[in-house]
Design a protein. Structure first.
Length: 90
């Protein structure tokens, strides 16, 4: 089964979103549950291009929460690079 890891920068992104968006106390758990799908389906996300070429994107647990990750096939692991608010510009 594919392992899933979250980089320190991505963790900081999520912490910032929790603080600035007044997200519920169980946000981290909700996010982790949404990432579990990637253990079985690491290529489930949409392939990105441009600046994010080589990365993939999934949504969740809210429609506006974008999860940017990279699948490292040789190591069979997913590395979450960033969490973004899809409603925000930039």
């Amino acid at each position: 089964m594919t392992s899933v890891e979250v980089t320190p920068i991505a963790r900081a992104d999520l912490d910032g979103l929790i603080a600035t968006r007044n997200l519920p106390a169980d946000t981290a758990g909700r996010v982790w549950r949404s990432l579990l799908t990637l253990e079985q389906f690491p290529l489930a996300g949409k392939a990105l291009d441009g600046f994010w070429f080589g990365h993939r994107l999934v949504i969740g647990p809210w429609r506006w929460l974008l999860v940017v990750y990279r699948y490292v096939e040789d190591d069979d692991r997913v590395v979450v690079i960033a969490f973004r608010d899809g409603r925000a510009a930039g």
